[in-house]
Structure formats: structure tokens, C-alpha cells
Design a binder for this molecule. Structure first.
Ligand code: ATP
Length: 294
């Protein structure tokens, strides 16, 4: 696997707050890499360090194709904060200012406007844009200079459903064009829909990292119910093969090895429980994520 970035044991504190507690992971070339975690888990801090905006207290990181952090910061496209576009100016004129500030050529502007699908609207005032269009323009700004890596902090935050869909589509399209994208998100659903790889952070710790299909894989669960679910749960907790159990409206159980509904039904019956409900389920990734980050 070719990587674009390697991170080793990064630590960062703000006074007494430990924002990152020794985080390591690798970002594969060509991936859409999600840094996933609830609010305050350290995502923005991590992206700030990678972009050389913040200094880590300990640990190292290395962008494969750049000599040092300063060179990487110049070449990588990034969107950590919402840029200040002028409301009364057009999309094109705003990007002209961005290009000048970033010391990037003006020749790129038409091209990036086409990439984010705003070329037809290039002479329209920024103030008339929808939230999704405004965010697409911000991404266009990050694309100036034709970077092969893009770092985005919560790119769909604050957008309406249409805007969210537009940005997700754009990220997938940019990835198809060969750009490696590293993005923070607190939404599992987003990472599932958009990302190929993920690192899950919780309170500054790395919980897991790797391809989305491996990290967030589905387990087979069986949902059972009877007149006394608590007593049933107590029985199932004693089952030698039990891997996981959640008691909600029904009792949800997963087992280390294959378990079919017939065998489980028989086991419950032989132990004095008559089930009124038994069903095999793929537990949603959402609940797995909740369990990992609770
Ligand atoms: P969010 O999505 O809410 O931005 P995050 O996962 O990006 O969360 P960070 O913003 O990196 O997390 O914050 C990690 C921890 O560090 C939090 O506890 C936060 O309160 C703290 N923190 C972040 N920036 C500062 C700062 N400048 N001063 C003090 N504490 C900070």
C-alpha cells in the first residue's frame, strides 16, 4: 500500500486538556480518509497539526511527497475554517482574491470553478449562492494550485440536506480524479457514504484505523424477546459463546461463532424461556459506532 502520510504517536495538550494522546495512523494514497469522532475528540487538532498550523507536543508525521511540513502546507489544499468571501463580489472575483493571497496563479480559476460545478455561475454574486454553493466555492479555493491532497474539516457542517449531498458528491468526484482527501467528520453515516478509510478518535485516543469495510464491519446479531427480557439477558450472559449483548426493547446478542435462530430458540426454551420474538439482524453501523465512542 502506497501512503501519502504517516503519523506516529502524536500528542497535544491545551493546558490541562489532553486533546491527542499518542495517535498513529497511515493515510493510503488515493483514499478518502475520514477522521471520525464525536465533538471534542481531537479531529480539528489533528488536522491543524498535519497542516503545520499547530505544533504537536510529541510524536512525528511525514508527508511522503514533501520535504518538510512547510512545503506540504504550501502544496496541500485545505479547508479548516470557512473562508471570508466578499458577499457583494462574484464567485470569480472572490477566487481571484483567494488566488492572490495564496500566491497561486489566476489561470487555475476557470478550471477549479468547473471542478466544483460553478463555472456557469462564475459571475453571480456570492450573496445569492445557496449554502452548498458557498461551500463548493470554498473547496474551489482549496483546489487552486492543483493539489493532489485535500484536507477538509467537517466539510458538510451546517449545510442543508441538498448542500450536504452536493458536497459529498463533489468529494467522491474529486477522489475519482486522483486526489487523496483527508476529512474530519462526526457523522458515521457520512464516513460510510464517502470514505474508503477511517481513523476513529475518542477523547484524544485512536480507537481504530483502516479500511471502512474492516473497521466498521457488520456483525450478525440475533434479537430475542420474551415476557421477562432482564431474566433472559441474565441467561444469555452465561452462554459460553456470547460476544456482545445489548438490552433495549429486545435483547440483542452476538456470538463469537455461528449461531442460528433455531439453536438459540432451543437453548432458551430448554432453560425455561418461551420467546415471542426472534430475528436475525445486521446491526446498524451507527449502533456499533455509538458503542465504540460512548
Ligand atoms: P469539534 O468537532 O467539536 O471541533 P474535534 O474533534 O475537532 O471537536 P478539537 O477541536 O480538536 O476536537 O478539540 C479537542 C479537545 O481540545 C477538546 O476538549 C477541546 O475543548 C480542546 N481544545 C481545542 N482547542 C483548544 C484551545 N485552543 N484551547 C483549549 N482547549 C482546546
Amino acid at each position: 500500500m502506497e501512503t501519502v502520510l504517516q503519523i506516529h504517536s502524536i500528542e497535544k495538550s491545551y493546558g490541562p486538556v489532553k486533546a491527542l494522546k499518542g495517535v498513529s495512523f497511515k493515510v493510503p494514497k488515493g483514499s478518502v480518509f475520514g477522521v471520525l469522532g464525536p465533538n471534542g475528540s481531537g479531529k480539528t487538532t489533528m488536522l491543524g497539526i498535519l497542516l503545520d498550523v499547530l505544533k504537536a507536543d510529541a510524536g512525528t508525521y511525514h508527508w511522503e511527497n514533501y520535504q518538510d511540513a512547510a512545503a506540504a502546507r504550501k502544496q496541500i489544499g485545505s479547508l479548516l475554517e470557512t473562508p471570508n468571501f466578499y458577499h457583494y463580489m462574484s464567485a470569480y472575483d472572490n477566487l481571484e482574491i483567494t488566488a492572490t493571497i495564496k500566491e497561486r496563479g489566476l489561470d487555475d480559476i476557470d478550471n477549479v470553478l468547473k471542478k466544483v460545478n460553478l463555472f456557469e455561475r462564475r459571475h453571480t454574486k456570492f450573496s445569492t449562492f445557496s449554502l452548498g454553493m458557498k461551500q463548493r466555492l470554498a473547496i474551489a479555493g482549496a483546489l487552486l494550485g492543483n493539489p493532489d491532497i485535500l484536507v477538509l474539516d467537517e466539510p458538510t457542517n451546517g449545510l442543508d440536506p441538498v448542500g450536504i449531498a452536493e458536497i459529498r458528491e463533489l468529494i467522491i468526484q474529486l477522489s475519482k480524479e486522483g486526489i487523496t482527501i483527508i476529512m474530519a467528520s462526526h457523522l458515521l453515516d457520512e464516513v460510510e457514504k464517502v470514505c474508503t478509510d477511517v481513523a476513529i478518535l475518542k477523547q484524544g485516543n485512536l480507537l481504530s484505523a483502516g479500511p471502512v469495510i474492516e473497521v466498521l464491519n457488520d456483525d450478525d446479531w440475533i434479537e430475542v424477546g420474551c415476557s421477562d427480557n432482564e431474566a433472559l439477558a441474565a441467561l444469555l450472559r452465561r452462554h459460553i459463546g456470547l460476544k456482545n449483548i445489548i438490552v433495549q426493547a429486545f435483547v440483542q446478542v452476538s456470538f463469537g461463532s455461528e449461531m442460528d435462530t433455531e439453536t438459540l430458540n432451543k437453548y432458551c426454551f430448554e432453560n425455561g424461556f418461551i420467546l415471542h420474538h426472534i430475528q436475525k439482524r445486521k446491526r446498524s453501523l451507527e449502533s456499533k459506532f455509538m458503542e465504540m465512542t460512548k
